[in-house]
Design a protein around this ligand. Structure first.
Ligand code: E4P
Length: 230
């Protein structure tokens, strides 16, 4: 399941899903806001259900909208009922380093049987601990790591080694794509999944030299066709 789409735009999701090249969707409140989701929690529910229906049985990550302990649990329970393929994003900690989040991850996975994608992580060590807490997916934000001046490939390699060595079940998702090159580079470094912005996925498909080559085929095909008609 190497490629997820990092988007909540249903037309983009349908387009790539029909091609058979995506195996899941990731969203977050910022993506939903940028993608024009309105109508409060009802709007989020409606869009999430729509996305889940398009790609089922592939997974869709929907993030909680609070960092309050009970609020996260309550929203996770509610969101995961919207569709069987919805899993819940919980950030690694709160905006001030609040430590309650791993406890929430652990409780959701072990007590409530809810699949969790622990998110907004910037290092192998954060992801390793989220994996130990029982998270189904651990998300490291590759582009943001690179923008801080570190090579995220080093973190991905270290993380994959630790996950394999300790036989942990978590799948590594690398998000925060910034360049077309990111996907192959990060999969090669050891990511199980890269979640890609729609524009970059399109950029992986379309190549200027392919365009030129196809144009050559079509114009030569036209020449042959016109010869047959003579
Ligand atoms: C991953 O699951 C996130 O949705 C996403 O990739 C975050 O990336 P950003 O750095 O573009 O916000």
């Amino acid at each position: 399941m190497p490629i997820f789409l990092d988007s909540s735009i249903t037309s983009e999701i349908k387009k790539f899903h029909k091609m058979g090249i995506i195996r899941g969707i990731t969203t977050n409140p910022t993506i939903m806001f940028k993608d024009g989701v309105t109508g409060g929690m009802d709007g989020i529910k409606e869009r999430s259900k729509e996305i889940a229906d398009i790609v089922k049985p592939y997974p869709v990550s929907v993030e909680v909208m609070t960092n309050d302990r009970d609020g996260m649990i309550q929203q996770a329970k509610e969101f995961s009922k919207w569709a069987t393929n919805i899993n819940i994003k919980i950030t690694a900690h709160g905006p001030n380093g609040e430590l309650v989040n791993f406890e929430v991850v652990h409780e959701l996975e072990k007590v409530h049987n809810i699949r969790v994608n622990t998110t907004a992580m910037m290092s192998a060590q954060q992801c390793f601990l989220a994996a130990l807490a029982g998270s189904t997916y651990v998300s490291i934000f590759g582009g943001r790591v690179n923008n801080m001046g570190y090579n995220c490939c080093d973190e991905i390699q270290k993380l994959r080694t630790a996950i394999d060595d300790f036989d942990l079940k978590s799948k590594i998702i690398v998000g925060s794509t910034r360049e077309v090159l990111n996907t192959i580079e990060w999969l090669n470094a050891g990511a199980h999944i890269v979640t890609i912005a729609p524009k970059l996925l399109e950029g992986m498909i379309v190549h200027p030299y392919t365009k030129e080559t196809v144009q050559m085929f079509l114009s030569d095909a036209g020449k042959i066709k016109s010869m047959l008609n003579k």
